[in-house]
Design a protein around this ligand. Structure first.
Ligand SMILES: [Zn+2]
Length: 167
C-alpha cells in the first residue's frame, strides 16, 4: 500500500483497531493474559473485558503499538513509509512526514525495524506448555558434584538448565 491507500483504508482510529482485531483474532477477541474467549466488548474505549481473569485489554497488547500515545494511523503510515523506502528513511524525514518529533520518529522506526527482524515477537497463544530440566551427568562415585557436601538437584545445581515452551 502507499500513503494514499492507507488514508483511504484507515481514515480513523476505529478502522485501524478493527483491522488489527480482524488480523489478530478473526472477529472473536481473545484475552492475551489467560487466552479466554469469554469477553465483553467495551466499544467506547476500543477495549475488551475478560470475564475469566477480570482484566481489560486492547488488541495492541503484546504488539509494537502497545501503550502508544500516538494514533494508530500514524503507526500504519510509518510502517508504509519504512517498508516502501528504497533506502533507510531518516528519523528527521519520518518525523516531518508524520508530524511528530524527530525523537518520536526515531523510537517508532526502532520498534518497527525491530519487529521486522524479530521472528518470535508474538505472544504464544492457545494451549501453551512449558517445562524445564537440567542436563548433565551424575557425579562419579566418591566425588562431590557440587561445592558443598550434598548433591543438589533442580534449581541451584551446576548442571545446564534447559527450558522449553510450545504453542
Ligand atoms: Zn483473561
Amino acid at each position: 500500500m502507499n500513503i494514499i491507500q492507507i488514508y483511504k483504508r484507515f481514515p480513523t482510529e476505529k478502522d485501524c483497531v478493527e483491522y488489527l482485531e480482524h488480523v489478530r483474532w478473526n472477529g472473536i477477541p481473545q484475552c492475551p493474559y489467560c487466552n479466554s474467549r469469554r469477553t465483553t466488548s467495551l466499544p467506547k474505549e476500543s477495549r475488551h473485558h475478560c470475564n475469566r481473569c477480570n482484566t481489560s485489554f486492547a488488541v495492541t497488547v503484546g504488539t509494537i503499538f502497545h501503550n502508544t500515545k500516538l494514533d494508530l494511523q500514524k503507526w500504519f503510515l510509518a510502517l508504509v513509509l519504512i517498508l516502501n523506502a528504497k533506502q533507510d528513511i531518516s528519523a528527521r524525514q519520518l518525523g516531518r512526514d508524520l508530524e511528530v518529533t524527530k525523537d518520536t520518529a526515531w523510537r517508532m522506526s526502532l520498534k518497527i525495524r525491530d519487529a521486522l527482524t524479530q521472528k518470535q515477537s508474538e505472544l504464544l497463544s492457545g494451549v501453551v506448555e512449558m517445562d524445564e530440566t537440567y542436563i548433565g551427568g551424575k557425579p562419579r562415585k566418591g566425588k562431590k558434584y557440587d561445592d558443598d557436601d550434598k548433591l543438589i538437584r533442580g534449581r541451584g545445581t551446576k548442571k545446564v538448565s534447559v527450558f522449553g515452551r510450545r504453542e
